[in-house]
Design a protein around this ligand. Structure first.
Ligand code: GDG
Length: 489
């Protein structure tokens, strides 16, 4: 598909996500500084944005109440092709409440949280109402900025009502919706009180994308069981309306990482890190501090490994970057306390005055330093309990051209479907298996490491973020041509 129109204009694309790809900070009265913010979606879309005349729609990451301030921020954001949706009045109940307290655990097989009936702000119903209201606020901003022919690509579980609201407003708008998280089995999704409304609304889109076949088929089966609609290999048909359901595994921009690893600054950081950990193998973990990332399970597996392999105790270190996230959701504060307890216990048991087995950081690191860490690591340890894809695994491989380190990867991450051939797959709930995998990875001969790296590197190079974005948008175009035909599916 060529996206160039006859007059050389690029196809316009509205990328709609809860969060804009920038974070805004006040620097004075009505002045703002803007910076690109880290995260899976941002990393994925960076590789695709240049192909289209792209505009981003989303929450700017700060509370702004004053009209003049909103105006000033909107102007600065416009220079970065970003359009803000100000969500102040509903944000807590919409984002911390319904999105991250209800939908996120359900999508990751973790069940519904206990409802707090003493606080009317925290009931499921109040949060659900705020969620719908927030989706309507997105709708208003999109309507204001939509031009005929624009493609609208909606991202993630924050915006499940938006496809329906947009189609009700203008049935001709081409809409794609992509889910970055897993979709659970119907038995889990069925517990959600608003299950039918949410599914029906998502089905209003033209194209629905998932990272893996498992997630797509869970979604289709859930629609069949809950709504009684017909699922086919093409998608879902409901009252003559066909919705295409397909698989688009996300990737990264591998060259961004490869180039960073060649920078003098990064090479210097690599040298310093190697000196710092001289004589030791480095196991690396990079995760948001989220229940789904299985950081406690990772530490338990590492503890078991140290228990059972005395000869390794002074020869290995686990460096864990645990990026703070969603601090306003109680479950996240609990997991942080749990993680800190485990770090203390393991370092207390196996550390000495001069060396600690776990280096745990409660912060993010800058991009160059992250690449240096990826490049010097001997083993990357990913123990997600569920994960849509897990881009960290891809980034590690992109940075390992010289070292050929080993990826130990949870079988419950979407990435296990794509990088399984070169990684050692583990069940993160099984501490013995994680411990054995660490041992196998640390002892793996170079020849075997090279073989595995080659397979995974090839995959990461060819299945880039750019390909992911282009595939999705190409499919959205095709669907528009075959809409009439698809009614016969
Ligand atoms: C969601 C889904 C899916 C992390 N720490 C630092 C840092 N990061 C960057 C990484 C990577 C991104 O954040 C994390 O991406 P993941 O894919 O691993 O995880 P989520 O944030 O949970 O993303 C996930 C993804 O969406 C895409 O669809 O794969 O399953 O949950 O890019 O590099 N970046 C910097 N410093 C850090 O300390 N600079």
């Amino acid at each position: 598909v060529s996206y160039d129109g006859s007059c050389g204009k690029r196809q316009r694309l509205l990328v709609v996500a809860n969060r804009l790809p920038v974070s805004a900070k006040r620097t004075g009265e009505n002045t703002w500084s803007l910076e690109m913010s880290p995260g899976g979606l941002v990393s994925g879309l960076l590789g695709v944005a240049d192909e289209f005349e792209t505009k981003w729609v989303g929450w700017p990451g700060v509370d702004v109440y004053d009209a003049a301030e909103k105006n000033a921020l909107s102007k600065s954001l416009a220079e970065m092709k970003c359009i803000p949706v100000f969500l102040e009045e509903v944000f807590d109940q919409y984002y911390n409440g319904y999105c991250n307290g209800v939908l996120w655990p359900i999508l990751h097989h973790m069940g519904l949280p206990q409802e707090d009936h003493n606080d009317t702000n925290k009931t499921l119903q109040t949060q659900y109402d705020a969620y719908k209201k927030a989706n309507r606020m997105f709708l208003d901003v999109i309507i204001e900025n939509y031009e005929e022919g624009d493609l609208v690509w909606i991202h993630d579980y924050h915006l499940m009502f938006l496809p329906q609201y947009l189609k009700e407003h203008n049935n001709k708008i081409k809409i794609g919706w992509f889910l970055h998280s897993p979709f659970p089995s119907s038995e889990v999704f069925k517990t959600l009180p608003s299950r039918s409304e949410l599914l029906r609304s998502v089905l209003a889109a033209d194209l629905l994308g998932f990272h893996t076949y498992d997630f797509a088929s869970h979604f289709e089966r859930t629609c069949t069981r809950i709504l009684g609609v017909e699922g086919t290999h093409e998608g879902i048909v409901d009252h003559g309306k066909a919705t295409r359901v397909a698989v688009f595994p996300i990737g990264i921009d591998p060259n961004r990482f490869i180039k960073a690893c060649a920078l003098p600054e990064v090479r210097q950081q690599m040298t310093e890190l190697k000196e710092r950990f001289a004589g030791k193998k480095v196991i690396l973990g990079v995760d948001r501090l989220d229940m789904i990332k299985g950081i406690p399970q990772k530490f338990l597996g590492f503890e078991k490994f140290l228990e059972e392999n005395m000869d390794w105790r002074d020869k290995v270190v686990l460096v864990q970057i645990a990026v703070p996230t969603r601090n306003n959701v109680p479950e996240y504060r609990k997991v942080k306390t749990q993680v800190h307890g485990l770090v203390g216990r393991i370092n207390g048991r196996f550390g000495s005055v001069s060396s600690l087995p776990i280096h745990h950081l409660d912060c993010s690191v800058d991009f160059n330093f992250l690449c240096a860490l990826y490049a010097i690591a001997d083993v990357m340890l990913v123990t997600s309990l569920r994960d849509g894809m897990n881009l960290v695994s891809y980034e590690f491989i992109a940075c390992q051209e010289a070292k050929k380190g080993v990826l130990v990867l949870s079988e419950f991450a979407g990435a296990a479907q794509s990088l399984g051939a070169g990684a050692i797959l583990v069940n993160p709930w099984d501490v013995t298996e994680v411990s054995s995998a660490i041992k196998e990875a640390l002892n793996m001969p170079l020849e075997e490491r090279e073989k595995r790296h080659r397979v995974n590197f090839q995959y990461v190079k060819t299945h880039s973020a750019k390909k992911w974005g282009n595939d999705f948008i190409s499919e959205l175009h095709t669907f528009s041509e075959s809409e009439m035909k698809s009614k016969k599916i």
